[in-house]
Design a protein around this ligand. Structure first.
Ligand SMILES: *Cc1c(COP(=O)(O)O)cnc(C)c1O
Length: 400
């Protein structure tokens, strides 16, 4: 079948909840993907940072095949011999005492919010069902009804109310607003250390440290959603590490499975995680042995291949090179590590047409929030590959 036939099938039989670039991928390997016509593309999105280890990493593939032959799902009604090992490895890697595994990122965010509410009632002493959670404008934490209840994006919300109460939304980066918004009922502050979906918005230096200080002073939990920024993407294990901040709860997902399988988790110390009692939370697939084995391999690859340091080095190089392109369309180039946003001026006519032009030259990137092109290739990328891509990116940014 040809590209157009696949597209037509998809449009006919599938819900139209995405607006993908018209490339039909049939194979991936490392930083590259191949379409059904045999064209090769450099993947500069990495499935929104789920593919930090690259496509079909052989070591993760091997772990997945081996585990799939043994046992794939036990449910948490019984124990399995992979999850305990994942728990220990997550703890050794992150420094948090405990973890709770889920599948999608949104589920892990919901898990953290539930835990924060329970902490508010059982530890802080907030009157039952009065807990408030502070969030930030232009956030992206997922698509469930509770999570979109604190989204500021009209498209995500418009036709989907009524919403879950108990959330406050403040300007991102504004510590004074946070200080004023904290009440005795505030359970937690939930923040992305860099807002990826909003267009790679990096907060002012000191924002995360300020949140940590306020959370400590006012007896509030700090929750970092590192689903996109975590596991090496920004050149540190967690983006919070850039400011030396340790949140009370860390939410991870995406690259936790190297793109093979949905695995997410909430990390916290026993003092907080210990609050969950049997029956209060769960998931049929969360913590399954297949996902746990895949996640263990994905974390090993991250460490053994020194991907975090590579992300720092390659990210610095790519950012520098992109910033030097004298394009009349570019307003700003920003980011950390290999999470880079090129914001175009409003008069550039939107990022979509630039992404289409990049696609025609063998580079897959996706517009985010209309005016930003995100460059977030797998963390295994080398300088030779970046040097292959730069002339094409230059050509698009200069001649379109
Ligand atoms: C992708 C993402 C989520 C949601 O993850 P899903 O697996 O799509 O549910 C939540 N928070 C952030 C910061 C993300 O980038």
């Amino acid at each position: 079948m040809k590209t157009q036939e696949y597209i037509q099938l998809e449009e006919t039989y599938g819900a139209h909840n995405y607006h993908p670039l018209d490339v039909v991928i049939t194979r991936g390997e490392g930083v590259w993907v191949y379409d059904v016509e045999g064209n090769r593309y450099l993947d500069c999105l990495s499935a929104y940072s789920a593919l930090n280890q690259g496509h079909v990493h052989p070591k993760i593939l091997q772990a997945m095949i081996e585990q799939a032959k043994k046992v794939t799902l036990t449910s948490r009604a019984f124990r399995n011999d992979q999850l305990p090992l994942l728990y220990r490895e997550l703890s050794e890697l992150s420094g948090y005492e405990m973890a709770l595994p889920m599948n999608s990122g949104a589920e892990a965010v919901e898990t953290a919010l539930k835990l924060a509410r329970k902490w508010a009632y059982r530890v802080k002493g907030v009157p039952r069902h009065q807990a408030e959670i502070i969030t930030f404008e232009n956030n992206f934490h997922g698509r469930t009804i509770s999570v979109i209840s604190f989204s500021s994006e009209p498209l995500y919300r418009e036709d989907f109310g009524p919403f879950t109460p108990g959330f406050v939304s403040l300007p991102y980066g504004d510590l004074t607003a946070v200080e004023q918004a904290i009440t005795p009922n505030t359970a937690a502050i939930c923040v992305e250390p860099i807002q990826g979906e909003a267009g790679v918005i990096v907060p002012p230096e000191g924002f995360l440290r300020g949140l940590r200080r306020l959370a400590d002073e006012r007896n509030v939990l700090l929750i970092a959603d590192e689903i996109q920024t975590g596991l090496g993407r920004t050149g540190k294990l967690f983006a919070c590490d850039h400011e030396g901040v340790r949140p009370d709860m860390m939410v991870i997902g995406k690259a936790l499975s190297g793109g093979f399988y949905p695995v997410s988790a909430v990390l916290a110390d026993e003092e907080i995680m210990g609050l969950f009692q049997p029956g209060e939370h769960g998931s049929t697939f969360g913590g399954n042995p297949l996902g746990a084995a895949v996640a263990r391999a994905a974390l090993r690859v991250l460490r053994d291949e020194d991907l975090i340091a590579n992300a720092a080095r390659m990210g610095e190089y790519l950012l520098e090179q992109l910033a030097e392109i004298p394009s009349p369309h570019v307003k700003e180039v920003r980011g950390k590590g290999l999470l880079i946003g090129v914001e175009l001026k409003p008069e550039a006519g939107g990022a979509r047409r630039f992404c289409e032009a990049l696609k025609d030259r063998g580079i897959l990137a996706k517009e985010t929030h209309q005016h930003v092109i995100r460059f977030a290739p797998p963390l295994i990328i080398d300088q030779g590959t970046i040097d292959w891509a730069l002339p094409k990116i230059r050509e698009v940014l200069l001649t379109l």
